[in-house]
Design a binder for this molecule. Structure first.
Ligand code: OXD
Ligand code: MN
Length: 583
């Protein structure tokens, strides 16, 4: 069946079919009938296993190849004509080389398989901020995930009309051989080719590949932002509503923050979720920055999700959710480390092997995931489908830092805020392959996701200042400070509301602050600690700025300034000088 009235789409699908030689081509329409049929097919093929349908209706488990469980940054390429345009933080491959190399791997790769054509919209249907992509894939798992993660099917094709302006994404799992794994982006062609992986971040092309890597490039050329940021709404007891966007590196609690439940002391305050991972932001007619969440679902990290950390996420995964690489209980329910309650005596681990309580191995993979429809979220914001998006009052940059970086800080101005975001450091997590727990510079949490030269990206951030008449204020946070015994000093999770309130109050001009060489910090007593087991001394430490530690931090930042030397905007070098002289 072909239902593409769009000649450009038809032509491209035909070309891809000639290259990949599928047995059949299926155009996905996003219907319920299609979901049921493909789910059954995936079950028959062993790609999905039904979970206990009484406990988790519509939920299934997928176990990926054990060598294919995370994003592969070393195999991710930006393929621009000029190497300089990929910049010092990306792997680069010349477009011709990449097309030839992957073309060779794609050649005939779908023999004996079905090729799925998956049209999808990133953003609300009808929004001027929305972009259309089409992903061609030979993975039924990808199709079923894409229909949760994006507005998929006929609605997207309809929005595209007869336009040629769509992202061309091609994916094949090949035989999952890591030697044949490449994630290539061609920003100048609005094209993505991904092969050899079945893991979400590498293959759900709307997410990291289009919404961030290609999106950031489009943002620079078209004058907007594509950022690795959650978007949440905060409503005060008086009914005043504000929105903030917050960037954190992968697996640093963005989903938890986006769905947080305020503590009892914050009666009447409400948090609502617009998005948990990605924000596209444009300047509105009113001079404010307006944001949409381009996604339609959550691809969240399962381990650590509990009633303490994120009760709303647990509600999100009660039904119609796909789980990847979690453990299962004897009665066919899911389990992961950090879940509430006692650890079960026996489980089946993420590889499908029997697992016993006390085992040294993790039962769920540390990067195991849930793919859940955002409509399951009990605190979904009313404006998620609003084509205009939501107006942003504050931007927050946060990293995972056990030392040095204070709980919260407000920048002096836009350029200083860009500097704080650009020099952000964070300890690495399991969301990507590689060593966990080492501090790396992760500018705006975009290190693995900026689809062009990061120095140009900083320049784009700086240049947007003149276009935003009413810019949001910029803040830095760190929930992960540890004491001398290695214990987290700040309780985190819902208690982050206490810091968020200060941020909102600052952004709306309601409270003062204390000036430090680093920026504005809360005055004593401004962060409400009522009901917390936190001494005034601990609170002082959390907001303290230690000049010696910051001198050392500056030296660590040299790594970034050296690496990006050729394209680092002068304005950021100046910020650095100002900062040093203030210290
Ligand atoms: C994600 C990531 O999956 O950042 O969102 O790795
Ligand atoms: Mn992410």
């Amino acid at each position: 069946m072909s239902n593409a009235r769009n000649a450009h789409v038809e032509k491209w699908v035909k070309e891809v079919a000639e290259m990949t030689q599928p047995d059949a081509i299926e155009w996905c329409d996003g219907s319920e009938e299609e979901r049921e049929r493909l789910t059954q097919l995936a079950v028959d093929q062993g790609v999905l296993t039904p979970l206990n349908q009484e406990k988790r209706p519509g939920c299934y488990l997928h176990r990926s190849d054990p060598r294919d469980v995370a994003r592969v940054e070393h195999l991710t390429f930006i393929c621009t004509r000029e190497e300089r345009d990929a910049g010092p933080t990306n792997n680069w491959m010349a477009p011709k080389e990449a097309y030839d190399k992957l073309g060779g791997l794609f050649s005939g790769c779908m023999k004996g398989r079905t090729m799925y054509v998956v049209p999808y919209a990133m953003g609300p249907i009808g929004s001027p901020m929305t972009k259309i992509g089409i992903e061609i894939t030979d993975s039924v798992y990808v199709v079923l995930n894409m229909r949760i993660m994006a507005r998929m099917g006929a609605q997207a094709l309809e929005m595209l009309g007869d336009s040629d302006d769509f992202n061309r994404g091609l994916h094949s799992t090949l035989d999952l051989d890591p030697e044949k794994r490449f994630i290539c982006h061609f920003p100048e062609d609005n094209t993505i080719w991904s092969c050899g992986s079945g893991y979400g971040g590498n293959v759900l092309l709307g997410k990291k590949c289009l919404a961030l890597r290609i999106g950031s490039y489009l943002g620079k050329t078209e004058g907007w932002f594509a950022e690795h940021m959650l978007i949440l709404g905060v409503e005060s007891p008086e009914g005043e509503k504000s929105y903030v966007a917050a960037a954190f590196p992968s697996a640093c609690g963005k989903t938890n923050f986006a769905m947080m439940i305020p503590p009892d002391e914050f009666k009447g305050w409400k948090i609502t979720t617009v998005g948990d991972d990605i924000a596209w932001m444009r300047v509105g007619d009113d001079g404010r920055l307006w944001a949409i969440n381009p996604e339609n679902g959550y691809f969240g990290v399962a381990p650590g999700t509990s009633n303490k950390s994120n009760p709303n996420a647990l509600k999100c995964v009660e039904k119609n959710t796909l789980f990847t690489n979690v453990a299962t209980t004897p009665d066919g329910d899911v389990w992961w480390e950090g879940m509430d309650g006692d650890v079960p005596e026996e489980l089946t681990d993420w590889r499908g092997n029997p697992w016993k309580k006390g085992s040294k191995e993790k039962a769920a993979h540390p990067n195991s995931r849930f793919t859940a429809p955002m409509q399951n979220n009990p605190v979904l914001d009313d404006a998620v489908d609003d084509p205009r998006g939501v107006p942003i009052s504050a931007i927050i940059f946060g990293g995972r830092r056990s030392t040095t970086v204070p709980l919260v800080l407000e920048s002096f101005n836009w350029a200083h805020g860009v500097y704080l975001g650009a020099t952000m450091g964070s300890e690495t997590t399991a969301a990507a392959t590689g060593k966990v727990g080492v501090v790396r510079r992760d500018p705006m949490a975009m290190l693995p996701f900026c689809g062009y030269n990061v120095g140009d990206y900083f320049a784009h951030w700086l240049s947007m200042q003149s276009k935003i008449a009413r810019p949001p204020r910029i803040f830095q946070v760190n929930w992960f400070r540890q004491d001398a015994d290695g214990k987290f000093m700040w309780p985190g999770f819902g208690e982050n509301m206490r810091v968020l309130k200060w941020i909102i109050d600052r952004a709306e001009g309601r409270v003062g602050a204390r000036e430090t060489p680093l920026g504005w910090v809360p005055d004593e007593g401004q962060i409400d600690t009522q009901g917390l087991d936190l001494s005034p001394e601990a609170m002082r430490q959390l907001t303290e700025i230690d000049p010696a530690a910051w001198k050392a931090e500056f030296e660590l930042q040299d790594e970034l300034f050296d690496k990006v030397a050729d394209s680092m905007p002068a304005a950021l070098k100046l910020q650095r000088e100002l900062f040093l002289s203030r210290l």
